[in-house]
Write a protein that binds this ligand. Structure first.
Ligand code: PBG
Length: 424
């Protein structure tokens, strides 16, 4: 008997041992009205929990606490567990004289949980959502399970589902009609554009929702580039930053909480910080895309928003996937310019970059599990080549282990649901 717990051993039909603990639980708590006073009535019951290899569900023993105690006091308590006998069909060998057996720390679920270093919670997740002007939700072929959501209805419903499982941060991406696209991306700072309108609607309905916004020109540019293109194809830095500042201010005026400058233009963080501060928005955060690599994994996203490039590639502003020293240079510049968070994108193939940033900065680190990463897991799951849900959860946990505080992922709702189910 240990405190209120008694432990018993049972021999099963297959001669294995099963250990059971009995513990009291309080059931049927009732308030009884006796004349002028109210009494509390409680009936205690005992629950048997079995352990060992057979993980049985808890069952009621039917015995009272007194009966159980009497049983143990009468000397019926168990001896220490007997080591299992070697089975006849296995090789009979002398036991290795090992001092260290790391498997001891992995031998049961409870021990594994106790020693687990990284944790994943819905509050670590940010849910990127695509929106459009239409009323209907429009499925995205290259991203099964994702939709261009109607900003009036579908968007609100998706946000509500996410909040139900504890995901209360979103990131918005607009699908803009070709008619509104220009070389300098003017629609990006239209006060009444799709994103500012959606932010106002969301903030009206869910004031505590945290809204991240992407600051770049690509959804609004007739060339699909993140910046303004000169006639000779050069992406102009300072002119683009000027536009980005206007875009950031418009988004924050609408209610955005976090500005995510993703265009990889030099000096973007400092310029946006100054523009926001000048407008009295000192409290609004900047999540800098410190290491945004020129990755082919953005393909499905570009299809979703119809931002395919009219020429060239993004290699003069996004980083070379072969490099990490650039990340360090960007991180130093971003921090000095006032960034509040540093982001790595894509995520899983860049775990080393996340880890290096984590070790070299005290700012929160964000990782963006991008569209191609999402679609690969979805597609392989669809063909039953992998267990989609397990790979999804493993990929997110590994990002946390590498050092990501926050994860931007199209799996946010699905993962949030899994995490809630695990808790139950
Ligand atoms: C554009 C932007 C891109 C993504 C986020 N912001 C595309 C790009 O840079 O080409 C990609 C996200 C994804 O693939 O999920 N500024």
């Amino acid at each position: 008997m240990i405190g209120n717990f008694a432990i018993f051993r049972f021999k099963m039909a297959d001669t294995t041992n099963v250990y059971a603990s009995i513990r009291p639980i309080i059931r049927n708590v009732r308030f009884i009205n006796a004349g002028s006073s109210t009494k509390l009535s409680m009936r205690s019951q005992l629950v048997v929990r079995t352990s060992g290899e057979h993980e049985f569900k808890a069952k009621k023993s039917g015995k009272s606490i007194e009966e159980c105690e009497a049983h143990v006091v009468a000397g019926n308590a168990l001896d220490a567990p007997v080591p299992p006998k070697p089975e006849a069909q296995n090789p009979a060998i002398p036991i290795f004289p090992l001092q260290s057996r790391p498997r001891r720390n992995r031998r049961s679920r409870v021990l594994r949980k106790a020693f687990q270093q990284s944790q994943l919670s819905p509050s670590n997740l940010v849910y990127p959502l695509f929106i459009h002007e239409g009323e209907e939700d429009d499925p995205i072929g290259s991203m099964p399970g994702c939709y261009r959501l109607g900003w009036r209805h579908g968007l609100l419903e998706e946000v509500s589902k996410a909040r139900d499982v504890g995901v209360n941060s979103i990131l918005l991406f607009p699908k803009v009609s070709d008619a509104l696209k220009t070389p300098a991306g003017h629609e990006a700072y239209n006060e009444n554009g799709l994103v500012p309108r959606a932010i106002r609607l969301l903030k009206d309905k869910y004031p505590d929702l945290v809204i991240y916004t992407d600051v770049a020109l690509d959804p609004y540019s007739s060339d699909g580039h993140d910046g303004i293109c000169r006639e000779d194809g050069v992406i102009m830095n300072d002119e683009t930053v000027y536009q980005l500042c206007k875009q950031a201010v418009v988004l924050v005026r609408a209610g955005a909480d976090v500005i995510g400058p993703s265009a990889m233009m030099d000096g973007r963080v400092g310029a946006i910080r100054e523009a926001l501060d000048d407008e009295g928005f000192q409290h609004v955060s900047i999540m800098s895309y410190t290491s945004k690599y020129a990755s082919a994994l953005y393909g499905p996203f570009q299809e979703a928003l119809d931002t395919k490039l009219s020429f060239g590639d993004k290699k003069t502003y996004q980083m070379n996937p072969a490099n990490y020293r650039e990340t360090m240079a960007e991180a130093i510049a971003n921090e000095a310019e006032g960034a509040d968070m540093l982001l790595v994108k894509p995520a899983l193939p860049y775990l080393d970059v996340i880890h290096r940033l984590r070790d070299n900065s005290s700012l929160p680190i964000a990782a963006y599990q991008v569209s191609g990463e999402y679609s690969m897991i979805k597609a392989a799951g669809f063909f039953r080549m992998i267990d989609q849900e397990k790979v999804m959860m493993e990929s997110l946990m590994c990002l946390r282990r590498a050092g990501a505080d926050v994860i931007l992922t199209y799996f946010a709702l699905q993962a949030g649901r899994c995490l809630c189910a695990e808790k139950r």
